[in-house]
Design a protein around this ligand. Structure first.
Ligand code: IPD
Length: 257
């Protein structure tokens, strides 16, 4: 088995175990705390799932680095680093609202080479290996072929900082009349997979973190989408625009204003 195939196999098996824990605890009494602001929630399940994934990685690959949303920070010596969001869409999770997921990516020498996003209430596991395309439940997926911005269904998300939300609201007010519609589904990793599968035409957001972006970015780009920063240049957690090639510039023009 190639190295990439074995990394993908490990990511997928951990993503399946992670959602078992998410589902076992869904709807039960869960301890909830807050992080950056009162709306930025973290649950004991986020911590449990991250622990399970970190233990699984270190058992299989003890020399790899790990960065996790809930604090995992292992330097590693192998040139590989895992980027983990144990529950992307924590607010969806707490309300029992479909559209939360676990997101697991693996970088090799700083480049993401494997990404898995597992969305259990929709029963959809998205996966990509660099250069090998993207899949949903094992079947190949491609992004939309839409070319007309007026017909574009565009997903976005909002950060937890009230000032950033004011700015994000102003951007929505500016673009809404010029596109088909907006969707705010609640998990950035799933939004990127929705671009990958053509369930929305495009997605943009400012202020993500590396764990929201890493796996979904690879999945969307392997499905044919272009992923850049909103103002141009390489995508970064702080600024992400994902769209089919023909929609990138028209959408950028609307967003940058
Ligand atoms: C959040 C979700 C949300 C996005 C926020 C993220 P979390 O991640 O992905 O859709 O709009 O920017 O922080 O907190 O649920 O892991």
């Amino acid at each position: 088995m190639s190295e990439l195939a074995s990394l993908a196999e490990l990511a997928e098996s951990l993503a399946r175990k992670a959602v078992e824990v998410q589902l076992e605890r869904l709807g039960s009494r869960i301890r909830v705390g807050t992080k950056s602001t009162a709306t930025d929630m973290v649950t004991e399940v986020d911590h449990e799932v991250e622990r399970l994934i970190v233990d699984g990685i270190l058992a299989a690959r003890p020399d790899d680095g790990i960065l996790g949303e809930e604090g995992a920070d292992v330097a590693g010596t192998s040139g590989h680093r895992w980027i983990v969001d144990p529950i992307d869409g924590t607010t969806n999770y707490l309300y029992g609202h479909p559209g939360f997921a676990v997101s697991i990516a693996c970088e090799r020498e700083g480049e993401v080479v494997v990404g898995v996003v597992n969305d259990p209430l929709h029963g959809e596991l998205y996966a990509a290996t660099r250069g090998d395309g993207a899949t949903r439940n094992g079947a190949p997926i491609r992004c939309s072929e839409e070319t007309d911005i007026a017909k574009a269904l565009v997903a976005t998300g909002f950060g937890y900082d009230p000032e950033r939300r004011r700015e994000q609201g102003a951007v929505i007010a500016r673009v809404l009349a010029d596109i088909r519609d907006i969707r705010r589904m609640g998990a950035a990793a799933v939004d990127l997979c929705s671009v990958a599968s053509g369930r929305v035409d495009a997605y943009f957001e400012r202020g993500l973190n590396a764990w929201d972006l890493a796996a979904g970015e690879l999945i969307a780009s392997e499905a044919g989408a272009v992923i850049e920063a909103i103002e141009g240049g390489p995508a970064r957690a702080g600024s992400v625009l994902a769209a089919p090639p023909a929609l990138i510039e028209p959408l950028r023009a609307l967003l940058v204003g």
